[in-house]
Design a protein around this ligand. Sequence first.
Ligand code: CAA
Length: 258
Amino acid sequence: METLRISNSDGVARITISREKALNALNTQVLDELNVAIDEIDKDKSIRVLVITGQGEKAFVAGADIKEISDLTSETAKAFAEKGQKVFRRLEVLKCPVIAAVNGFALGGGLELALSCDFIVASENAIFGLPEVTLGLIPGFGGTQRLSRIVSPSTARRLIYTGEKLDAKKAYEIGLVTEVVPQEELFKVVDKITGKISALAPVAIAHAKEAIDRGLDHILDEALHLERDFFASLYRTKDVREGTRAFIEKRKPNFVGA
Ligand code: CAA
């Protein structure tokens, strides 16, 4: 991989987008390599949680690569947006949780990447925005759809129509990020969260993830149906016996992931 750095230890994988000179902007190569990385992570059952971040201290990802997209035609633009949308959707439906560790600018396609993750942990210097309209464009990697599902639709409209940027504190206030931490503590905090998730029952977490993702697009009665099917299917796993027994026996559970 030329544009990504990938690590994997103790069930926690990390993908670092590494085009620091271009503030980690997403070109076709990054999207293609991300697709391959997701394939690998999807196949590796030992991975319990994935962290996505950007190389360096300045940017998570500053958007799609403007130099590349400036020459697109309507046809190639459609293919480019489809590629980004497909890769981000694959990330969104990965079985394991995906955390965006945002360490600087998360603009345009960069924010859209973070929005495809399960949640966002931001450092104090993070800056968020969908500035596509300032380029005569709109978000093309899912921003119009995901931002309006995560923050209120009117807040999403305001941010998308003005292209204005938000600091981490404001992003926290609107519910875009789950926490804001000093930059030097970002990975300490993320490691704490990944440590907790990776010690829990992965099938339960995967089912919770799928229930939330699929449920959001169903009416409530159908979504509740989905939830009880997942709840019931967990009774076929060893981990539910272990988790409930461990509680009763007042000991720590030892989950086996099955
Ligand atoms: N694409 C390509 N290169 C980029 C880039 C991007 N999105 N963002 C930054 N860079 C490059 C700059 O061109 C510059 O390269 P050079 O040194 O070769 O000139 C380098 O990264 C450093 O950037 P700046 O000098 O601009 O740094 P700054 O500190 O002055 O500003 C910034 C930082 C505010 C993030 C500014 O770079 C910026 O506004 N970037 C563009 C943000 C943006 O508009 N993103 C949306 C892209 S469109 C999109 O994402 C479409 C979609 O939905 C799919």
